[in-house]
Design a protein around this ligand. Structure first.
Ligand code: PLP
Length: 385
């Protein structure tokens, strides 16, 4: 076969994601996989039954571009009940093929070559490639251990007349930190009087612990008026493999989002949308129960690790626990994570994977969205280190 033409990479610094690498390594070595962020719980039985039901109905052709109306209405009702903001299901809610697609599509809709986008590091791995593919220039604000709170003076210093977008994530992957009402007020003060847009990754919105409130941008009229807000059914209903999520935005912003969405995905798996619409109406309490459900797992895992030499960082939300291993080793975190998997049978993600420039810290991330038995076996191994 003739050699293909040379393709200069548009993402020269991107390789296989660390999540794939660590999950593969875990499988090869039979390690307990606390690396990739997915639950090992079954989805709610009723949701599965509803999917079966809809598979037997006549909904095998394209869904509407924006998503099945009943699902958009259920989402608008949920958001109004939780955050007191009424989104118009017709013009302000769009169903997407996962949170990552919603984030990438929002970036496509907003960012032109040369536009600056502020992100917070540690940063979820899809953001920077999506910004760069659209010619955007990344400006990184650093969240610092142990609380990983935004430093608003630093953020202010990163803003310029070219700033198009600020991309935030609360509850935060990988640190488990959450933004406070004071953070939201600081953000509102920074963007007031500008044309800066906001993109809020709220895929862990239902996983906030110790009685704290999830500070959705939807709670703040000034912020919501300039925001795309993303949540994911994958996280909420233990169905990461279904890849269904949604985006909320005021109608003029959503109109631009849909222009990008229609030529990128057009629409999402139809039977699952119908099943999710039914389930949201039938069991609105499921999502609300997640905080207690995951807080119990967080506490179980932290208690099980209390006899280890790992120093656990605070975890206020999400299903991730950071652990500082500097009492155990001086190795860089990628090396430590590899050795932990191969020699000790527990897979974790090195924190440097979430930093554009790497990090000198000795910290790894564990996912505790697992059965207690799995967490307990992993903790036993970690306590032997
Ligand atoms: C912070 C964050 N945003 C977005 C996503 C992607 O969500 P989805 O699986 O729905 O694409 C994830 C998944 O791990 C995540 O952790």
């Amino acid at each position: 076969m003739p050699r293909p033409p040379t393709l200069p990479s548009r993402l020269p610094r991107v390789g296989t994601t660390i999540f794939t690498i660590m999950s593969r390594l875990a499988a090869e070595h039979g390690a307990i996989n606390l690396s990739q962020g997915f639950p090992d719980f079954a989805p709610p039985q009723l949701l599965l039954e509803q999917l079966h039901h809809h598979l037997a109905q006549d909904c095998h052709q394209y869904a509407p571009l924006a998503g099945v109306p009943a699902l958009r209405e259920a989402i608008a009702a949920k958001v109004a009940a939780l955050y007191g903001r009424q989104y118009d299901a017709e013009t302000e809610v769009t169903i997407t093929a996962g949170g990552t697609q919603a984030l990438t599509t929002a970036i496509m809709a907003c960012v032109r070559p040369g536009d600056e986008v502020v992100v917070f590091a540690p940063v979820y791995d899809s953001y920077i490639p999506a910004i760069e593919l659209n010619g955007g220039v990344v400006r990184v604000a650093t969240l610092r251990a142990p609380h990983y709170r935004p430093d608003w003076n630093e953020v202010r210093a990163l803003l310029s007349p070219r700033t198009r977008l600020i991309l935030l994530n609360t509850p935060h992957n990988p640190t488990g930190s959450i933004w406070s009402a004071a953070d939201m007020e600081a953000l509102a003060a920074l963007v007031r009087g500008t044309d800066i847009l906001l993109l809020a990754d709220e895929v862990y919105e239902h996983m906030v612990y110790d009685g704290a409130r999830h500070e959705s941008l939807a709670l703040y009229p000034d912020l919501a008026a300039r925001a795309f807000i993303v949540s994911s059914f994958g996280k909420t209903y233990h169905i990461t493999g279904w890849k269904i999520a949604y985006c909320l935005a005021p109608a003029p912003l959503m109109a631009e989002f849909r222009k990008a969405h229609q030529f990128n995905v057009f629409c999402v798996f139809h039977p699952a949308q119908r099943a999710l619409a039914d389930f949201m109406v039938a069991d609105p309490g499921f999502a609300l129960g997640l905080a207690a459900f995951y807080q119990a797992r967080r506490d179980f895992f932290r208690t099980a690790l209390s006899g280890s030499r790992l120093a656990l960082l605070p975890c206020a939300g999400s299903y991730f626990q950071l652990a500082d291993y500097s009492a155990l080793s001086d190795e860089p975190d990628t090396e430590f994570a590899r050795r932990l998997t191969i020699e000790h049978g527990v897979a974790a993600i090195p924190l440097s994977a979430f930093h554009p420039e790497g990090t000198g810290q000795r910290i790894v991330r564990f996912c505790f969205a697992k059965h207690e038995d799995t967490l307990s076996r992993a903790a036993e191994r970690l306590c032997r280190l």
